[in-house]
Design a protein around this ligand. Structure first.
Ligand code: SAH
Length: 456
């Protein structure tokens, strides 16, 4: 949290939205103040609440003019929890914002003026998340609560019902809270570093009736663990596996190294684009199953795959994109850094009877440099890096390998724009297609289709 201010209120108009969905309102000195929960064209009294890295942040005290795009949110706490900055913004306006944001990031960071297609939206933009992770706390009366951290703080905003998560998770969290109280399994306290449960992570399968609960604990062994789990699966028969993850470090990272399966197989299964996938606790899996199928089919379309193609799926997670592509090409090579995800990918290939697929456990940049050195060949590259994007080492090797097409899938437009600009001399942008994987939030997923320029 930044520096506190003496109360300062001013009246202003919201001019724009930032890439993090905050309204931009100019104060009397014409300095921008970043304010959540106010939309372009709206006017109101704003209180400046803090300053961070030279920027001013505020909150809406009252609105005197509201936007026609303002709607009643489903969730009462959407303005304090920080997860859904757009629940009060019409879905149409959210989708328009996302395309505009991608264009802006290409202009600002990539220094490129690009056309961006309208964002593909979700028919019912609620209850979509198949993964939630929540920290826990305890009030003076000994009642356990869980929720989300208030933005830029470690203060938990208690959440009883979340309108973007799978409803099975809502029920399980109620039972976990009740059992923690009755078994005296205390939430972990970051200041005293005492207590047991740090986070609970729940993963739900969309197509199969399977649910994974991961209890992230501060200690390896805790009293009544066996009975706690027994009672949990008795009260929630929808749970098919329970994993304990031990994280005793003082860190913001949720999952620790060590894991123990307490119930069931230690993974869940789900289906995507007609294939089956096994998903372990630490493996990445897209969080919006309905939109993932749309995303992947757009990515396949953008790739124009041929049965003679050699494909590289970089940053592959559990092998989803590569396995979907394997049906249309000669061979798929896939690379991923998290060992659990690599193991899942190998099993997923076997389980789906895919034989033209190889998965490597490595840093994508190290792998591709070596592959290029050894005279490897790639016709089509799928790359889907984490938010921080790829790096020059990876992109330089791509420029050497000269794949005919690149399909870049990204959850962070700023690093996407940076990376695309880096290879823009050799690759022409065919389409930039945002997909709304994260309705009600400011986040957006984008598929960029790139074609190698002829003169290369
Ligand atoms: N394509 C997958 C996963 C995308 S998420 C899907 O659609 O589900 C990005 C993935 O990149 C994660 O699985 C993460 O573990 C992996 N990753 C992160 N850094 C990496 C690196 N340096 N090299 C290879 N993989 C990496």
């Amino acid at each position: 949290m930044g520096k506190k201010f003496a109360k300062e209120i001013f009246h202003g108009i919201c001019r724009d939205l930032t890439h993090e969905g905050k309204g931009v309102v100019l104060n009397q000195s014409n300095d921008p103040v970043f304010v959540p929960g106010i939309f372009p064209g709206e006017e109101g009294d704003i209180e400046i609440t803090y300053k961070r890295a030279g920027a001013l942040f505020g909150r809406v005290v009252s609105l005197s003019k509201t936007s026609p795009d303002r709607i009643d949110p489903k969730c009462r706490i959407c303005s304090s929890c920080g997860g859904c900055c757009f629940q009060q913004y019409s879905y149409k306006a959210q989708l328009e914002y996302k395309s505009k944001k991608v264009k802006e990031q290409f202009r600002k960071i990539g220094k490129m003026d690009v056309d961006v297609l309208p964002t593909v939206g979700m028919d019912v933009p609620y209850y979509y998340r198949n993964k939630i992770q929540m920290p826990f706390g305890k009030d003076e009366k000994g009642n356990v609560y869980c929720g989300f951290y208030k933005e830029n703080t470690h203060v938990i905003v208690p959440v009883n019902e979340c309108f973007i998560e799978d409803q099975r998770a809502t029920h399980i969290l109620q039972v976990v809270k009740k059992l923690m109280k009755s078994f005296r399994v205390d939430p972990y306290n970051e200041d005293s570093r005492r207590g047991i449960i740090r986070h609970v992570l729940i993963r739900t399968s969309y197509y199969k009736k399977q649910v994974m609960v991961v209890l992230v604990t501060n200690v390896d062994v805790f009293p009544s663990r066996g009975n706690f789990v027994k009672e949990l699966v008795k009260e929630c028969p929808e749970i098919t596996t329970v994993v304990q993850n031990i994280n005793s470090r003082s860190t913001n990272v949720i999952l620790g190294e060590k894991e123990r399966v307490l119930f069931g197989p230690g993974y869940i299964e789900d289906s995507l684009c007609g294939l089956w996938f096994q998903i372990s606790a630490k493996s990445f899996y897209q969080t919006n199953p309905v939109m993932t199928e749309k995303l992947y089919s757009l990515a396949m379309e953008a790739a124009h795959l041929k049965d003679t193609d050699i494909v590289l799926d970089a940053y592959s997670g559990i092998g989803t994109i590569g396995l979907v592509a394997s049906r249309s090409v000669k061979e798929v090579i896939s690379v991923e850094i998290v060992p659990q995800a690599v193991r899942d990918a190998i099993k997923n290939a076997k389980r789906n009877g895919v034989v033209n697929f190889r998965e490597y456990a490595a840093d994508a940049s190290d792998f591709i440099v070596k592959y290029a050195k050894e005279g490897g060949k790639i016709d089509v590259l799928f790359m889907d890096p984490p938010r921080k994007g790829s790096d020059e080492k990876f992109l330089n090797a791509v420029l050497k390998l000269k794949p005919k097409r690149i399909v870049y899938i990204s959850c962070e437009p700023s690093t996407l724009a940076r990376d695309v600009a880096y290879i823009a001399n050799s690759y022409e942008i065919e389409t930039i297609q945002p997909v709304d994987m994260f309705p009600q939030s400011f986040h957006v997923e984008t598929v960029v289709s790139l074609l190698r320029k002829q003169r290369e």
